[in-house]
Design a protein around this ligand. Sequence first.
Ligand code: VGL
Ligand code: ZN
Length: 216
Amino acid sequence: MTEQPRITPNENDVLIVTDVQYDFLPGGALAVPEGDAVIEPINRLAKAFRHVLLTQDWHPPGHTSFASSHPGKKPFELIDLHYGRQVLWPDHCIQGSPGAEISRDVHVPHAQLVIRKGYDPAIDSYSGFIEADRKTSTGLAGYLRERGFRRVFCTGLALDFCVHWTALDAKAAGFDTYVIEDASRAIDTNGSLAQARADLDAVGVKIIHSGQIVSP
Ligand code: VGL
Ligand code: ZN
């Protein structure tokens, strides 16, 4: 294997920790396989970044992304909504519920921002930047620009949904964007993981390993 380049986080870098919430962890309503494996690398990485922010999936009860909101539909089926195709999910990350809490095992006391998403009852949001209608902004790109960040490092859950879309939108917003693969895990439904990798590659998001930044 060729040696991977080392990356040293600097003042213009931000680590984004996506959706490490109880509902995406083992035992949760939408548990990502091996989701808890992201916590150790994230904790290790977080110590190397001065600037860290978290995202939090944050749905009202009856959210349009829930299969339970569409009579006769089951989780993981696809449906066409007013903004396009939507995977239907088990009810998850309901505002104020224990499952929506960020895991207490994520040790990022110095996180500077928690950006919530998916709070519009009629629009899902995988991305921390732009909702699934692909129009409504969360304000995150403006925040990052105003803070002067240039490189964005993406981690968390799930690699093929929220990390994927957050990374694509970071790149499209002009940030030099990385996904730290071992600090992320996928749901992998309907070919979503292969598609996510192809999309990230196609736009030049760099897929790296945490060992390039911090030693295990
Ligand atoms: C996510 C499915 C539904 C994620 C959020 O965090 O990747 N996936 N809501
Ligand atoms: Zn969600």
